[in-house]
Design a protein around this ligand. Structure first.
Ligand SMILES: [Zn+2]
Length: 333
């Protein structure tokens, strides 16, 4: 038997910050694959003058500011209930649009634990070996608790958050920002930065601190090839244990826990850099790694035996049940 639910605490770094459930079809439809759903529970803290974030919100001369990853101070606006709701709904949609139903894992030819019987009333009943669809559900915990407590937010939506994120509503009329007092400038981070357009590249976010532009003002990375920046999708990738693309492609100095993992080169170059874990919004097969690593815990079949496909319509394999149940049935199929 496979294990149907795996908690993050049962996994090892970096694959331990989400739960998951593996489900097999009832048998009514012999073309139905199995489902591996990764479940993330994210708490969003909407920070402003009334809800400060220690170390991240600073009051200077009576005006509130948010400090970004590089140390720049951005003028901060107060959230309204309408805007927090819009952000939470948009956050779930962007996260799931990016990652849900993008991959299928091909079940190894000698693994039979997912097999199901189908068509028992038909002339030729079948033994079906389903592949595994890779799904993601994100449950958001906002100021009023769970945003959505219906099955739409995921089968494992109840429980403590896997991750808590501060979100800042910035003043988009800002054209220049300064480093916070005491932060030393570098070649890449001068004392003062200016920008003509305020977008998701203005405030430098990280996996625990976003600004509203990360959702509402994505910047274009490559006009001709229609590549956009996707901060929410990128940070959700980190929440699913993924390093920057160079790290996913095997460079240990870009691993998630490496001191140099956030270096510019780790975001990749050219097409590699268009990946969601680079600076773009594309998914390559390497991004199926979170599901491959997790299915190994559900099935005790090593991740390397599961190959990922982008063809989510790949049908299951099947054998006539009359053959599958005999001693001359094939052992790999
Ligand atoms: Zn990153």
């Amino acid at each position: 038997m496979f294990k149907s639910i795996v908690k993050g605490s049962e996994a090892s770094f970096p694959w331990k910050s989400f739960d998951s459930i593996l489900e097999t079809p009832s048998g009514d439809n012999p073309r139905q694959n199995a489902w591996l759903t990764l479940q993330l529970r994210v708490k969003l803290n909407f920070c402003d003058s009334k809800t400060p974030a220690p170390g991240r919100t600073v009051q200077i001369a009576g005006k509130w500011h948010a400090r970004d990853l590089d140390g720049y101070l951005f003028p901060l606006l107060d959230w309204t209930p309408d805007l927090t709701t819009k952000f939470m709904r948009g956050f779930v949609k962007r996260a799931e649009d990016t990652w849900n139903f993008q991959f299928l894992l091909v079940t190894p030819s000698d693994y039979s634990e997912l097999d199901y019987d189908s068509g028992w009333r038909a002339a030729m009943p079948l033994k079906v070996r389903p592949n595994v669809l890779c799904l993601l559900r994100v449950a958001v915990i906002g100021p009023g608790g769970l945003l959505d407590n219906t099955p739409g937010a995921g089968p494992l939506r109840g429980g403590p958050p896997h991750r808590t994120i501060n979100v800042f509503n910035l003043d988009k009329s800002t054209g220049a920002v300064n480093l916070a007092p005491g932060v030393s400038p570098t070649a890449a981070t001068p004392v003062r930065r200016t920008f003509s357009t305020f977008n998701d590249g203005s405030f430098r976010s990280d996996d625990s601190d976003y600004d509203d532009s990360d959702l509402f003002r994505p910047r274009v990375i490559d006009e001709a090839n229609k590549v956009h920046h996707n901060t929410i999708g990128h940070e959700i990738g980190h929440a699913l244990g993924q390093a920057h693309i160079r790290g996913l492609d095997g460079d240990a100095t870009c691993a998630l826990d490496s001191a140099t993992g956030n270096d510019g080169r780790c975001y990749g170059a050219d097409m590699e850099g268009w990946d969601i874990m680079g600076g773009g919004d594309r998914l390559y097969l390497v991004n199926a790694v979170s599901w491959k690593e997790r299915i190994a815990l559900h099935t005790s079949v090593p991740a390397v035996k599961w190959s990922a496909s982008g063809v989510t319509a790949t049908p299951p394999r099947s054998l006539p049940a009359a053959i599958a149940n005999t001693s001359f049935a094939p052992t790999t199929w």
